[in-house]
Write a protein that binds this ligand. Structure first.
Ligand code: NAD
Length: 354
């Protein structure tokens, strides 16, 4: 297969590209605008592979997308390009509307026009896989609010997004569904929980805490730190996405998650404990924990029911939260240069979205 991956220079996109190049015989065309979040250094290990090519293209640019489709003749699209940081969406929602909604619309139209002129066999085999988030479902009851077994997000949970980011992703999910129903474009949607792992831009909780801890800086906890996220190691997500694009059923939604519900404070404390053992210093790293004003509209709890992925596609995560987090901390310790380069000139881990 010839797979066109959008956002392949980002955190999850680069894991998808590395997974496909290293574990399959498929070809990848990486279409990425290279915003602050996109970094070709994350693809250094595959950049010289003959099955990999890069196109610096904005997904809002229809004529450039048409050129890329014509030139590379993809068999599938895996659409990951997006503005992805909730705090940034609070400070400046415009880019989120533009890329996540207008960009997805433009990519759908370019895909549809390309798909319509394929021969019968290639047309039937074509897939448009839209990669989305569990944040489109809003939030779930938290254990401090309700006793007993708590609900999980399933593929039929109603959409109730809370932030400009999740609202823009929800909009894009709806567009994808409509392009299937109205035009017959063979689409599949996945909604995944919070990812973590190597090559994660240091504005997100886990890399930010690792780097701040090593530099002796405060480790910011929003509010009381009792918000719950369901964590998945990024390489487990990449494997899941490849399963979906190759084996998933047209028109289906698949929820992807690792059954790792953790409070933010617990995540930060666990990172501190790992650092205490790997890079010991006089005082425990947890002494650097600092409580700061909560994020406006902060969702209380996310948790994914991934039964459909487990049963229908036989996908299961390989990492537990403990093994994945240790690998992640070790990766950041060994890759300080990458961390320096991706932050240069743009972002100094300052607080956004207050
Ligand atoms: N990070 C998570 O925990 C998570 C969880 C579930 C779903 N998702 C979804 O997965 C996808 C990838 O997330 P990520 O964390 O890797 O994001 P990221 O911010 O790390 O990467 C996004 C990539 O998209 C590119 N991009 C942005 N705007 C573009 C445009 N207009 N045209 C072309 N390229 C553009 C960026 O340069 C970057 O390489 C997103 O759609 C996100 O909503 C993320």
């Amino acid at each position: 297969m010839n797979i066109l991956v959008t956002g392949g220079a980002g955190f999850i996109g680069s894991a998808v590209v590395r997974h496909i190049i290293n574990n399959t015989q498929n070809t990848v065309i990486n279409v990425d605008k290279l915003t602050y979040a996109g970094n070709l250094e994350s693809l250094r290990s595959v950049a010289n592979n003959v099955r990999y090519s890069f196109e610096k293209v904005d997904i809002c640019d229809r004529s450039e997308l048409d050129r890329v489709f014509l030139q590379h003749q993809p068999d599938a699209v895996m659409h990951l390009a997006a503005e992805s940081h909730v705090d940034r969406s609070i400070t400046g929602p415009a880019d989120f509307i533009q890329t996540n909604i207008v960009g997805t619309y433009t990519l759908l139209e370019a895909s549809r026009h390309y798909w319509m002129q394929l021969d019968v066999e290639r047309k039937a085999a074509f897939r448009f896989h839209h990669i989305s988030t569990d944040e489109v479902y809003g939030d779930l009851p938290h254990p401090v609010e309700r006793e007993g077994e708590l609900p999980l997000f399933t593929e039929i949970t109603s959409y109730a997004p809370s932030s400009p980011y999740s609202a823009s992703k929800a909009s894009s999910d709806h567009l994808v569904r409509a392009w299937l129903r109205t035009y017959g474009l063979p689409t599949i949607v996945t909604n995944c929980s919070n990812n973590y792992g190597p090559y994660h831009f240091p504005e997100k909780l886990i890399p930010l805490v690792i780097l701040n801890a090593l530099e002796g800086k405060p480790l910011p906890i929003y509010g009381k730190g009792d918000q719950i996220r369901d964590w998945l190691y990024v390489e487990d997500h990449a494997r899941a996405l490849y399963k979906v694009v190759t084996e998933g059923k047209i028109g289906e939604t698949y929820n992807i998650g690792g059954h790792n519900e953790k409070q933010n404070l617990e995540v930060v404390q666990t990172i501190c404990t790992i650092l205490d053992s790997l890079v010991p210093k006089d005082a425990p790293y947890a002494d650097q924990i600092t409580y700061v004003t909560d994020r406006p509209g902060h969702d209380r709890r996310y948790a994914i029911d991934a039964t459909k992925m487990n049963v229908e596609l036989d996908w299961h995560p390989l990492e537990t939260f403990e093994t994945g987090l240790r690998k992640t901390v070790e990766w950041y310790l060994a890759n300080q240069e990458w961390c320096q380069h991706v932050q240069d000139g743009t972002y100094q881990r300052e607080r956004l979205g207050i």
